[in-house]
Design a protein around this ligand. Structure first.
Ligand SMILES: [Zn+2]
Length: 359
């Protein structure tokens, strides 16, 4: 153990030296290069700086009592990968830098999951590389942002913006065919990667959807598997961004939107949710209650539940408890308008009697 700690302390001071060296290097203008590669290098440089800052600010003490050996190993892996990324950048090797950043992210995601008592995603990329297979890593577009080609399949751990809480998925697709974004659970080499949630995008489209918290449904996804759904997937790209649930659009009274969207309503009183939708395809509206119900009060919306649906143009409404998340799932071109109105309170017979009596 003493050796491990000494190694880590060495690694931590090496990290500080690297951060200082990078600060100096970043002030020097780089040599002129190909525009595309130069801008990718600049992007990766920014991500590496962010990673270095994140590592420096990490509240993880490898020498603390009771720290699992796996966490110490992941911490070491993240530091080593950071060093590898800086070296790759100096050598202007974008692919190697992306791979090193993916390795660091993988290790930090596992560390984070263990810290928060969440299921720990296995490092599929490391396992693939040790078998001599290509790693199924996507291109990193910053933390929580990934992209890739339509013709390949990717598998990478879910980096939760708020560990233990739900998240918003922002998915895009450019090109012909269809792509599946599947949230799967892989915590050991033996677990089958049954999809827990599947989102499909067709042609050129965009979708915002809701990824429930592991505690909400008992389903505990650890990875995203993104790949072609139809065999004729052509040239093009996909992107996925995992956003914190606070980035939801707020629905006050009315909100006009298109396609699939996640909204939040905050007012505490029971209300009627209405939708006016213009589409030729199937659509659904789901609701998840956020009201603090009294102990014996029954709520059918404790998890995300379908409350309205249809197959074409419609004007519909449904009762909701009040506060909660609302998910509209519709075709990319579907135009809709959501509205929320407080339910009229039923007349109180006693109030009428008191009025008549002049009290
Ligand atoms: Zn409720």
């Amino acid at each position: 153990m003493a050796f491990v700690v000494a190694y880590l302390l060495g690694a931590a001071s090496a990290l500080l030296a690297l951060l200082a060296a990078r600060a100096v290097r970043r002030r020097r203008p780089g040599p002129p290069a190909l525009a595309g590669r130069a801008s990718r290098l600049a992007e990766l440089d920014g991500f590496t700086t962010e990673l270095g800052e994140e590592l420096a600010a990490l509240a993880f003490d490898p020498s603390a009592p009771g720290v699992p050996a796996e966490s110490v190993a992941d911490y070491r892996r993240a530091l080593d990968a950071y060093g590898e990324a800086t070296e790759a950048l100096t050598a202007q090797d974008t692919e190697r830098a992306n791979l090193a950043l993916a390795t660091a992210r993988n290790a930090l995601t596992r560390l984070d999951a263990r810290t928060h008592g969440l299921p720990v995603p296995i490092d599929v990329s490391r396992a693939a590389r040790s078998r001599g297979e290509p790693a199924p890593d996507p291109r990193l577009d910053g933390r929580f942002s990934y992209s890739g080609a339509l013709t390949r399949s990717y598998l990478f751990p879910i980096d939760w913006p708020r560990p233990g809480g739900p998240a918003i998925l922002e998915m895009t697709r450019n090109g012909s065919g269809s792509t599946e974004f599947k949230a799967v659970s892989i915590t050991s080499t033996e677990t089958p990667d049954d999809p827990l949630y599947t989102f499909v995008l067709h042609d050129t489209s965009r979708k915002r959807s809701y990824l429930p918290a592991p505690s909400e449904t008992g389903r505990r996804p650890t990875h995203f598997k993104v790949g072609p759904w139809s065999l004729q997937s052509g040239k093009g790209s996909w992107s996925l961004r995992i956003r914190p649930i606070d980035d939801t659009i707020e629905l006050f009274r009315e909100y006009p939107g298109t396609g699939s969207e996640v909204l939040v309503h905050h007012a505490d009183s029971p209300a009627t949710l209405g939708i006016h939708i213009d589409t030729e395809r199937t659509w659904t509206v789901q609701y998840r209650c956020l009201k603090k119900h009294r102990r014996r009060e029954y709520c059918p919306y404790k998890t995300m539940s379908q409350i309205m649906w249809g197959t074409s143009d419609a004007l519909k409404s449904a009762p909701i408890c009040g506060p909660g998340y609302i998910v509209v799932d519709a075709h990319g071109h579907a135009k809709w308008s959501l509205s929320v109105s407080a339910k009229p309170t039923p007349p109180n017979p006693l109030a009428g009697l008191l009025k008549r009596l002049g009290l």
